[in-house]
Design a protein around this ligand. Structure first.
Ligand code: SAM
Length: 268
């Protein structure tokens, strides 16, 4: 059977931009230190001592991160950023390499930059567990939100030719790789797009391996769009404040947990 294309919906990702806040924090620390250091050394007709200035910016950024109660890893990153940036600048590397690295990272990790969802893959035992969970479902219409390179869809679509599988992915490099890997599968739709602009109504199982950040917003979207009795399966990340209908512990090295939630939306 064919499943209609996920149309854009109004359910926006209720995930603010913490990356922007961190950039502003680093910028504020730099401005604070430079606005004191530049006039000070300018009046004395001395050159700005960049190593010390970078250390001062790092200290100011670390302090601001602590005052604004950032998690410890952000405090460390803020404290180290300016001193490391100065150290690397002394190596004389062509700036084009940094641009190239930035573009490459963006092609692969777009999800991390835009919505706090990095790239990592479901493993084979997890795909096998998903096959077992959905084995009894007739008319299976399965959507992988942020489908990566097809680590889940590829084995499932091969095992269930009677079912229909859709993957939505928004990082260009992973989308392309997944597109190539799933190209020969007639029951697998590989789509370029934003999961938040996909309509879940046509699916009875939605699989997510994202991060803790979007889980509350994701559950709201599931409840609004999926028919009652549909299943949200979340790899590793539980929906806050919502008890799962059941949890599957996968027998793998990383002790994967699959949190399974039945949608109970009575509006359908
Ligand atoms: C942790 S990986 C999981 C990949 C795959 N589902 C799996 O289990 O192997 C999360 C994926 O979601 C993608 N992603 C993040 N935000 C997205 C968005 N808003 N729309 C579509 N894909 C997104 C990332 O690019 C990444 O490939």
């Amino acid at each position: 059977m064919s499943v209609p294309s996920p149309e854009p919906t109004d359910a926006a990702p209720a995930v603010p931009g913490p990356q922007i806040r961190q950039l502003i924090l680093q910028l504020a620390a730099s401005l604070a230190v430079l606005s004191l250091a530049w006039p000070y050394y300018g009046i004395r007709n001395e050159t700005l001592p960049w190593p010390q200035t970078a250390l001062a910016i790092g200290a100011a950024a670390g302090l601001l991160a602590s005052l604004s109660r950032q998690p410890w890893w952000w405090r460390v990153m803020h404290a180290l950023f300016a001193p490391l940036a100065w150290s690397v600048s002394t190596l004389g590397i062509d700036p084009g390499w940094f641009l190239l690295l930035f573009i490459t990272l963006l092609l692969v990790y777009r999800g991390a930059a835009g919505g706090q969802v990095p790239l990592y893959f479901s493993n084979r035992p997890t795909a096998a567990a998903l096959a077992r969970i959905t084995a009894e479902l007739p008319d299976l219409r399965f959507l992988d939100l942020g489908a990566g390179i097809g680590s889940v869809l590829l084995p499932l679509a091969r095992e269930r030719p009677d079912a229909h599988f859709t993957g939505v992915e928004n990082a260009p490099a992973t989308w392309l790789l997944g597109r190539l890997r799933t190209a020969g599968l007639a029951n697998c739709d590989w789509r370029w797009g934003d999961l938040w602009r996909s309509d879940f109504a046509a699916y009875n199982v939605v699989y997510a391996f994202l991060s803790p950040a979007p889980m509350a917003a994701l559950w709201n979207k599931v409840e609004q769009e999926m028919p009652p009795g549909s299943l949200l399966i979340s790899n590793s990340f539980a929906v806050p404040s919502i008890p799962p209908t059941y949890v599957i512990d996968v027998a793998d090295a990383r002790q994967t947990r699959l949190y399974c939630y039945r949608s109970g939306n009575p509006r359908h």
